[in-house]
Design a binder for this molecule. Structure first.
Ligand code: IPE
Ligand code: IPE
Ligand code: MG
Length: 233
């Protein structure tokens, strides 16, 4: 049996550059990127990945031009509407991580529908990171615990790593084994900063819309060669 990460994170990056190289608007890169996302999700489930978290939109991505933000949100609407039946066939439980209060009402409803209709699925868990930032996530968790302390329900001295971890969006999911970032950038960009404390990193030069199953296989091979020591010897 080959070693596949139990919990995989993917920073789907490079859509804009892919489009620019072809003389197309950035939005065109997001359209192709969304197709690749669907294909790679299915492939991950086939390979035996148990938790897949994809970075779709960061808390910092609101800084982009309004028309680009709108295009991304519309792709998401389309994905959520179309994939509900896909999810039924596929044994994937979908969850959204990030601050949903700032999202449009109709998107929030579609998200809830997708989560509820797949909650009983026993296959891979797909976390879609949307309006997600690792710093925002940890801050929200700290606030949640602080409110419990203020209400007299919790002793501040009892707060440990396990408790904070359970207050994150990812709750009781296992730690991330591998973070994969295509597009040639070598940074985390506020993705899963707590969960990736002992993750392996694989950076690849390919732009996300060009990403193929073979690229994922290459990343898995690289991951299998890593010696993970977790501070031990
Ligand atoms: C990633 O691709 C998609 C999102 C951030 C929504 P980019 O849009 O960041 O593409 P580049 O990095 O500009 O090429
Ligand atoms: C990270 O990519 C966010 C997503 C892929 C959704 P960015 O393109 O926003 O990150 P930076 O700006 O290059 O760090
Ligand atoms: Mg980018």
């Amino acid at each position: 049996m080959r070693k596949v990460p139990v919990n995989l994170g993917i920073i789907m990056d490079g859509n804009g550059r892919w489009a620019k190289k072809r003389g197309l608007p950035r939005q065109a890169g997001h359209v192709t990127g969304a197709q690749v996302f669907r294909k790679i999700t299915k492939y991950c489930e086939k390979c035996g990945v148990r938790y897949l978290t994809v970075y779709a939109f960061s808390t910092e991505n609101w800084r982009r031009p309004q028309d680009e933000v709108n295009a991304i949100m519309n792709l998401l609407r389309q994905y959520l509407k179309e994939s509900l039946s896909d999810f039924q066939q596929e044994n994937i439980a979908v969850r959204f991580i990030g601050n949903r209060e700032e999202l449009a009402e109709d998107i929030r409803l579609l998200i809830e529908e997708a989560e509820q209709s797949t909650a009983h699925k026993t296959g891979m868990t797909l976390n879609i990171a949307l309006n997600y930032g690792g710093q925002q996530e940890i801050t929200a968790a700290a606030r949640k615990l602080a409110q419990r302390v203020a209400a007299g329900e919790l002793d501040a001295a009892a707060i440990d790593e396990t408790m904070l971890e359970k207050a994150l969006y990812t709750e009781d999911q296992p730690p991330v084994d591998l973070i994969l970032r295509p597009s040639g950038e070598y940074r985390l960009s506020n993705f899963l900063i707590w969960q990736s404390a002992y993750a392996e990193y694989v950076f690849m030069d390919v732009l996300w819309p060009d990403f193929k199953e073979e690229d994922l296989e290459r990343a898995f091979e690289e991951y299998a060669r890593r010696d993970r020591r977790f501070g031990g010897v």
